[in-house]
Design a protein around this ligand. Structure first.
Ligand SMILES: C[S@@+](CC[C@H](N)C(=O)[O-])C[C@H]1O[C@@H](n2cnc3c(N)ncnc32)[C@H](O)[C@@H]1O
Length: 358
């Protein structure tokens, strides 16, 4: 078997992990609890490093998550700086790191450990979806083959975003991301996805006669047709990048289009299922999961990402068919000197806006 190696590769043994040392605590409840009974599910939003969050979750959620989607840093070599309006001030703040040095050793170790933890949390019939692009999707695929088994590869979806400018001076403009899907077990949830055709087509009507497909004919012996408006989705998806004019736009760098998440969540889960996104950024996965009546766990280590994700729930009153409002959210964090200070300052109650430009 091909096995990816990198400088200082350290094996990661899940059995050696002590869960009782990490304790995330509720720092806030978001939403209206009045309409809910005391034992209903609370969606969970974690502010912190996802490795610690997943270790914390192991005791309660091992084998319980039906679908994991992650959109981690792509190892582009650039860090993201945010221009933020908060109160009356405009400030520049570090958004998130995507410069991992030339040899990517740290990046690979980071992803390797987290993917092992995700496999542990995934249900036996669950799917994991990893969103990347040309920078490292080939390396991560090798790591996924090692952790999940290459026979567990389900699909590589090519997301073709036709509306994003790419210079491509000495190459063709790069206009797609690579979305890898693996299953944990041999059988898994996979719902057929049908997409509307640009134009309806006329299709021969076929029926199975003793196991053989035959054309359907009318009483005069003429073949019959039907008009078809949709088709089964394949693995190349033409979806735009989200634009500032969209009501869903948050300004968070690398925010993904909700339509993309809608398709992925519909394929890999059913109503009531538990979805997790451990690199949730502005919370696209969480908002779509809510809209599609799934339960969810989200995590990001940027306080700005967490704040934007919360604001989006509050601002848009994301609706789901159950209650016409979003289910309450439990915000959790590790309590240490630094986090206590930020929580005490009321950071998560402040309105922030991410501005365009430098
Ligand atoms: C590509 S962005 C996700 C964007 C998101 N899909 C959206 O639609 O807004 C990656 C996110 O991963 C977060 N991140 C990076 N390393 C992390 C870690 N170790 N733990 C938790 N979050 C992390 C970053 O702060 C960033 O928000």
């Amino acid at each position: 078997m091909v096995r990816l190696t990198w400088g200082n590769r350290k094996e990661f043994n899940i059995d050696g992990i002590k869960t009782n040392k990490i304790n995330f605590e509720r720092i806030k409840l978001i939403g209206d609890l009045n309409d809910f009974s005391s034992n209903f599910w609370l969606n969970q939003l974690f502010w912190g490093d996802n490795k610690l969050v997943m270790i914390f979750l192991l005791s309660e959620f091992t084998g319980k998550i039906n679908l994991i989607y992650i959109d981690p840093p792509f190892a582009t070599g650039s860090n993201y700086i945010l221009k933020i309006r908060m109160g009356g001030n405009i400030i520049k703040e570090f958004g998130y790191k995507d410069n991992w040095g030339k040899n990517l050793d740290i990046y690979h170790q980071m992803m390797y450990e987290r993917l092992i933890l995700m496999k542990e949390l995934l249900a036996s019939n669950g799917l994991i979806i990893i969103h990347l692009d040309w920078h490292v999707s080939h390396y991560i695929r090798a790591i996924l083959d090692e952790i999940f088994g290459k026979e567990r590869f389900v699909n590589e979806i090519i997301w073709y975003y036709y509306n994003k400018y790419s210079a491509g001076k000495n190459n063709l403009p790069r206009a797609h991301d690579n979305i890898l899907i693996y299953s944990k077990g041999r059988s898994y949830t996979f719902n057929e996805l049908r997409l509307k055709r640009d134009k309806p087509i006329k299709q021969l009507m076929r029926e199975s006669v003793n196991g053989v497909l035959k054309n359907v004919k009318d009483e005069n012996g003429h073949v019959k047709y039907r008009i078809v408006h949709d088709k089964k989705a394949d693995d190349v998806w033409r979806i735009p990048c989200i634009q500032p004019a969209s009501s869903e736009w948050t300004g968070y760098p690398t925010q993904k289009h909700p339509m993309l998440l809608e398709r992925l969540i519909q394929i890999g889960s059913n109503e009531g299922d538990l979805i997790a996104d451990f690199f949730c950024g502005s919370g696209t996965t969480l908002h779509v999961a809510e809209r599609l009546n799934r339960r969810w766990i989200g995590c990001d280590n940027s306080k700005y990402a967490i704040s934007i994700a919360i604001q989006k729930f509050l601002k848009q009153r994301v609706t789901n068919s159950r209650d016409n409002d979003f289910y309450p959210i439990e915000l959790l964090a590790l309590q240490n000197e630094e986090t206590k200070k930020i929580i005490k300052s009321g950071f998560f109650d402040k309105k922030i806006e991410i501005l365009r430009g430098k």
